[in-house]
Each structure stands twice: as C-alpha cells, then as structure tokens.
Design a binder for this molecule. Sequence first.
Ligand code: FE2
Ligand code: FE2
Length: 471
Amino acid sequence: MTAVLTDEKIPNNVHLADDRRLQRALEAWQPQFLDWWKAMGPVGWQERDIYLRTAVSVETDGWAHFNYVKMPDYRWGIFLEPKQEGRVHGFGDFAGQPVWDEVPGEFRNMLRRLVVTQGDTEPASVEQQRLLGDTAPSLYDLRNLFQVNVEEGRHLWAMVYLLHTYFGRDGREEAEELLARRSGDVDKPRILGAFNEPTSHWLSFFMFTMFTDRDGKYQLAALAESGFDPLARTCRFMLTEEAHHMFVGESGVQRVVKRACELMKTAPGGDVRAAGGIDLPTIQKYLHLWYSLSLDLFGGEVSSNAADAFASGLKGRYKEDRYPEHKLIGSHFAMDVLEEGKVVHKDIAMRNALNEVLRTEYIKDCQRGVDRWNKTIKDEGIDFVITLPSAKFHRNIGMWSTQRFTPTGDMIDQATYDARQGEWLPNAADEVFVKSLMHPVYEPGKMASWIAPPAKGINNLPGDFEYVKPA
Ligand SMILES: [Fe+2]
Ligand SMILES: [Fe+2]
C-alpha cells in the first residue's frame, strides 16, 4: 500500500493505475485544477525556482523531498496512510465494529458535506493569500508562504480524491464546485466565514496560519478518527503537512513579537511604530480578530449535527483513544450557555456538546502557543502579556453571536461595543499602518524592519540561503 508511483501523471499510493475509470476522471480534473492554480494561486513567482518540499510517500522518515521547483510543476499527489488491518470504529453507535471501506448509504449526505466543507477551506486559503508574494519580509518567509500554498493545493487533491472515488456523479460535481467558489466573492463565496476574510498583509497571514490552520488541525484530527476508513487515512497524512503551517504561524508571530520588544528598548522613546515595527497592542488586536474568526469554525456550541456525526461514526473527538468512554450516552459536558439573555454554566448532553469539546481542546493548544510568545516577551525583559480573549468575544456563529461581549467575557450592550470595538479589533488606521510596513525584502538573509530573523533555516540551511532563485 505504501508503494508510491511518482512517475505517473498523478503521484499516488492508492494504485490509481488499477482503476482506469477513476484515473481518467482525476486526469480530467487535473487541468482544471492547474487552470484554477494559475488564475487564483500566488500572483507572480510562478516561473521562479522555489525551494519546496514535496510529499513523495507516507513513510515517517523521508516522506518529503526538498528541491527547487516551479510552482505549476509541483507534483500534487494523492497519499493515504496505509490501511490498518482489523481497524474498528473507535466511537459512536458502531464502536467496536469493523470500519467501512465504502460510504454507508444512510450517512452518505452527511459524509459528503463533511468532505466538501473540509475541501473548500483548502483552495480558499490559497486565494486569500495570493497577493502576499508582493510584500514578503524575506525570502525565507516567501518560501514558507508558497510551501503552505502548494500543500493546501494538495489537501484539495486529497478531498477531491475522496469525492471522485466514493461519491460518483455528485462527487465529481462537488469537485468542480470546489474550483468554482471564490474566497470573498459576493455570489459564490467559500463555505465558511473565516475563509472569506481578506488576508491582506503578513501579520494576518501569520495569525491565520497560527489560528485558522490550527482549526484545520483539530477538524482533520477529528476526521482522522472516522469510521469511514479512507477519510481517516487521508486526514492522518494531511496532519503531517499541517504541522508546518502552524509552525509558520506561531514562529512568524513570535518573530514579530520579538522585534517589537527589541524596538521598545532601542527606538527613540520606545516608539515601536515610528521605528518600523508592529507594537504589541496592535499584535494583540490581530490576535483577537483571527482567534475569534477561527473559533467560529467549530460551529454551534450545542449542535445536533455534531451529535449525528459522532453517533454515525464519521467524526470523533481529538485523539479519541485518550478518552475512557466512546459512546457518550448519558454523559455530560459542563459549559457556559446563554439562557434568556444570561450566561449560565450547566451540563449539556455530551454528544450535543462535541463542537465545544473540540473547541476546548483547540483553545488549550492556542494557549500553549501564546505562552511561548509571552516567554519571548519576558526573555526580552518587557512587561506585557498577550492573552486569548474570551470565547464569547466577537463571535459570528453560535449562541454568543447574539450578544456582545468584551474580550474578558463581560456582556455589554451594542452601543458600548460599537464605541469600544476599535480598541479591541484592528481599526482602519491599524490596517493602514500595518500595510504601510509591508515592503518586500528579497535579498537573501535580509529581513523587513518589523520582524526578527528565524531561529534557524528550513532544513537547517544557512540564514542567507537563496530560497527563491532570481528570475
Ligand atoms: Fe490544509
Ligand atoms: Fe494548512
């Protein structure tokens, strides 16, 4: 199963050549994907040699190959983790029974919706980030942007493989729709809110890869538990690539934070902005924005959809096997809910609380990253603490979206919120300021004024490595 055929049109470890019908269908989709990539992928840079990693197998040691490649020549392939013989459903109503290799008829629509919703996020983020190559703070960062972009393209391939293989004609139609929707488009927007927000500069890109890609990690991890085995195997391998995306985000913000701290000590009057840096309060505002947008992606706090997806064995919890019990009948989750306009803490039937359970794990993971940023600030000798806002703040989905809250979670009226919003979220002036710093720096080893250099290079390459070759 792990044998990889990279000399085929579509590199894969799924024996694509043995299924001529599927192979033809995917080979027909391939030029459409490339057309989309050229139209909606990174603007410029397509003819440049970029030092990228390409997934070539699912072996833990050596699954990726690093070399210079032009993005349109990137070998987008289909890789599933090997099948585990004897695998059984790990949770839900079918716990203990053999997993499914085919789509169970009664759950077909729910499963297709899960695959399409995940699949839609992948090209969406590429579209959101397509202009960032104009203003990268270094060649290292430029290369990381493109690495994330080509891998989101591969994740789209992963979901399209499932649609083509297991969903027949409507699967093929959904695969075409995935290339037809456009991030931020009024008529044909991407499915989820955060994937229609502009990622208009590099601070937002780093926040996006820190917080929104991390939502992706948790969604993929929950789907990696699936009793529909091809989905589980696909998502497990996607998680391998996803780790680097979150590294780009966490280390990116950390470097912006570090630079802010350095300038607080060295700039005249400690004026970070005047010295060409992004001050810590502004960083905090962008955290508020992207964190809250990302919390929305987990869906409603109390959700019958989440209960159904769990019951049917399609979507589990994060690392399901850490939990002692996998059916969740009669158990409860203690959480805040809104009742008659008041916040109350109460027990909710566990299956209905599963979005909140997953969100809670995500929040803990985000906090660990923020703690590392705060350690950087402390090590620099600066007195400032970055915080995650309350999960009730600035929500557009779920029960908290019907009321207004401060970042510390106090309920306030709309007028107070409107008056104070600009203190908490990036306002027009912040956006203008951050954009004013976005000048490209494309000399090997050089960094823009607002960001510290990375601790080490990709693959431990030297600081002045030429990650992107000149035209
Ligand atoms: Fe992805
Ligand atoms: Fe990602």
